[in-house]
Structure formats: structure tokens, C-alpha cells
Design a protein. Structure first.
Length: 255
């Protein structure tokens, strides 16, 4: 399920085919098995309208969930940039050699975080996570060693800043894992299929091609929701603008 929703175009294709088949099956069922009796058409239209309304509400709620998660990822990108930038300045408070080593590692760490946000797939993102963990261990080892040698309030401030850097990465990772649940996708898919089945079964005077309209519209909605909800797939993604700004500031700052 995760691999599927990570590619919004697969979501679009699968949902379009499934809904089109459901609409066709409903039309065949009406023509070949049992058409809707005239005395039941009003009740059938009521059920169809309620089903379509419920489908629209579920899609709307899912879209709201995807947007809130997208905003959360943007906020944590900004928080990471602020934490790294602040710690880069605080590192000057360490002894000269330690400060130089810490700032060099922070620049490397920042490059890994930019690569994480720019990753185009889950495998590439996992690779950057592994590299980030190594740099995090090195950074913490340096500041912890400095604190052990010189346990002063100034060094404690640097250690606190490094803790903020590590926490910010953890919050970002948690936001990346916070996705629309699989059961919600399954519910939307089932509602869309049954809605098209009922629509195909409904008595009508128009051509069969009119049944293609709802599958296309709903599939586009699914594509948009999947695109926004997928951190590393699709077109709409969180750009590491703040991290890149901090990187530029580090390059311009005196070493």
C-alpha cells in the first residue's frame, strides 16, 4: 500500500480503471439482469445521492489530512534550519580546534538534510538517513567530549543547541512517517467503486461515455491527495528553502 500511494500516478491509473470497471459492471447489471423498477427510482436516486455525498466528504477529509501533514513537514524543515544555524554560531564558543571540527561536521550534516528533503524516492531517503545518523553520532561525540573536559555553562549551551539539532531531525522524521492511514485509502476506494457501480446501474438516457466523468474526477482528486501526502513522490513536495538559506549563510561566514 505504501509503495502504491507513494506514486500518485499509479493511484490515478488504478483508481480510474477500477471505477470505470465498476460503472461498466453496473450498466451491464441493469441491462442484463434487472433494471430499476419505476416505483423504486426515487429511492434509488436518494441512495445514489447520499453515497456520492459521503464519497465527497471522505475525499474532503482526506485532503484536509494530507494538507495538514504537508504543512507540518514545512514547519519542521524551518525548525531544523533554525536549530542548525543557531548551533553553527554557538560552536564558536568551543575551543578553537573543537569548534572548527564541529562546524565542519555541521556543514556536512546540513548537506545530508538538504539531500533528504530533495530525495526522489524512499530508498534514496533511507540512504541519507543512514548517513545522517553517522554524522549525528560524530557531532554528539565531539560536544559530549568537550563537556566532559570543560563542564562550564558556555559549553552546556553548545550541548543544548546540539540536542535541539538532533531533536529537530527526529521531529521531521516523525512528520515524514505521519501519512494518511491505509484503511482510509481503502475506504475511499471502496466508496468510489460502489458509487460508480450505483451510477452505472441507474436508468439514464445519455450515452455510456457519461459514466467516465465521475471516475476521471475522483481519480484526479485521489492523485492530488496522494501527491500532497507523499513526502518523496509526486510533484508537490517540501522544498528545503530554509536549509539552503542556512547553507548559503555558512558558505559566506568566516571559517
Amino acid at each position: 500500500m505504501t509503495w502504491t500511494v507513494d506514486n500518485p500516478f499509479i493511484v490515478f491509473g488504478v483508481s480510474l480503471v477500477a471505477q470505470w470497471c465498476a460503472a461498466y459492471a453496473g450498466d451491464v447489471l441493469r441491462r442484463s439482469v434487472r433494471p430499476v423498477p419505476s416505483e423504486e427510482r426515487d429511492d434509488f436516486d436518494t441512495v445514489l445521492t447520499a453515497t456520492l455525498t459521503l464519497l465527497a466528504l471522505i475525499i474532503g477529509f482526506s485532503f484536509s489530512m494530507a494538507v495538514s501533514r504537508y504543512d507540518l513537514r514545512k514547519n519542521y524543515e524551518e525548525a531544523e534550519a533554525n536549530a542548525i544555524g543557531t548551533e553553527y554560531v554557538r560552536a564558536q564558543l568551543l575551543p578553537a580546534e573543537t569548534a572548527m571540527e564541529t562546524r565542519a561536521l555541521l556543514r556536512k550534516y546540513l548537506d545530508q538534510r538538504v539531500a533528504f528533503f530533495a530525495a526522489s524516492g524512499v530508498d534514496q531517503a533511507n540512504q541519507t538517513i543512514a548517513e545522517t545518523a553517522k554524522v549525528q553520532s560524530a557531532l554528539w561525540s565531539i560536544v559530549a567530549g568537550a563537556a566532559a573536559v570543560q563542564p562550564t555553562p558556555v559549553v552546556a549551551l553548545v550541548v543544548s543547541g546540539m540536542n535541539d539539532v538532533l531533536n529537530a531531525q527526529g521531529y521531521t522524521q516523525a512528520a515524514w512517517w505521519n501519512r494518511i492511514p491505509g484503511p482510509a485509502w481503502a475506504l475511499m476506494g471502496l466508496m468510489a467503486i460502489f458509487s460508480n457501480l450505483l451510477l452505472g446501474y441507474r436508468e439514464r438516457k445519455t450515452t455510456f461515455l457519461v459514466l467516465l466523468v465521475l471516475p476521471v474526477i475522483v481519480s484526479i482528486a485521489f492523485l492530488l491527495v496522494a501527491d500532497i501526502d507523499s513526502p518523496h513522490g509526486g510533484i508537490i513536495r517540501v522544498a528545503p528553502q530554509n536549509l539552503l538559506a542556512v547553507s548559503q549563510a555558512m558558505q559566506n561566514a568566516p571559517q
